[in-house]
Design a protein around this ligand. Sequence first.
Ligand code: SF4
Length: 311
Amino acid sequence: MDLNPAQRSVVELLGKAGPSRPAFEHGLVVELAEALCRGLAPIQSVLHEGDKIYVSKHDLAAIHSCEANFRAERAEPFRWTTAAARGVVSHKAIELLVHWSGETHPCALVDEACARLVDADRSISDYLSTMSTSERAELRGAAVDRVTKFVETFPPLSPRWCPVTESPVRVELFDGSLVLAGKTDLTLGRPGEKVIIDLKSGGPAPAHREDLRFYALLETLRLGVPPRKVATYYLDAARAHAEDVTDGTLRAALARTIDGVVRALEVARGGAEPVVRPGPSCRWCPIRSTCAGGTEYLTRTDDHEQGRAPW
Ligand code: SF4
C-alpha cells in the first residue's frame, strides 16, 4: 500500500515495531482497583440514595484547572453550538469511514453522519434539525475539514488492526452510584496490545495527556490488562503525541482521578469554596465577564496573540 509521509509516520509511531512494552508489576491491576476504592471511600458520605454520578475526562480536566469554572459550567444548562456539534459530527463521520465498504469521500460521510444523528434519539438531533442554513453550512465545512485531515494523514485502517471507534468505557463504583466514564475516539489492537487514540483539532495542551492516561486507567480496570500505548493525534499539524503505558502512568492517572473526584464532590456538594485558576478555560467560561482573574488573563493573552506583548 502506498502511504504518504504523514501516514507512514502514524504507522511507525503507533505500530508494534520498536522496543517491547514495559513489564507490569504482578498484581498491579488488583492494587489499582483497591487503591481507587480506598481513595474514593470518603465521598460515600455525600452520595445520596439513587445517585448516578458520571465523571468524565472533561470533569477531571475542569476540576484540576479552574474550580470556579467547573462549578459555573455545571450550573448552566448545556446548549449545543456549532463548535460542539462539529466534534460529534466529525467523529460520527470518521466512525462511518472506518467501517465503510467501497469508495466514499469526506463530504458524503459528513452528510451521512448528520442524517444519522438527526435520526438518533439524542439531544444533538433537535439542534441539527432546527439549525439555520448558514449554521448548517458552517458546521458541514468544519466537519469536512476534520474528516479530510483524518483521511489525508491516517493510513487506511486494516480490519486486522481491530479498529474500534467511539467506544464507551466505564468503571462503576459503590453499587453504580459513581461511574467513571469515557468514550475513546479510536482504539487499535487487541487487549494487551491496544493503542488508544484521541483525535484533536487545535494545538497540544497538558490536559490531553492526562485525558488519555485516564482512559488507560479505565481500560486497565475494565479488562484487567493495560493498553500498550496512548496517543493524541493533532489533525491540524498531522502530529501524534504518544506515550507508552507504564506502571507510572497508571499510578499517576489513579492519583489524579481520586483527587479530582473527591474535590469535585466537595465543590459541587460539600460547599467548599472553589479555587479560581485563570487559564485557557477562561475563553469559554460562563462567568468570565464577572471574573477579575479571568478578565485579566484574557486581556493579557489577547495582547500576546495580537503581537502587542513582548516575547
Ligand atoms: S473566567 Fe477563568 S479564572 Fe474566572 S472562573 Fe472562569 S475559568 Fe476561572
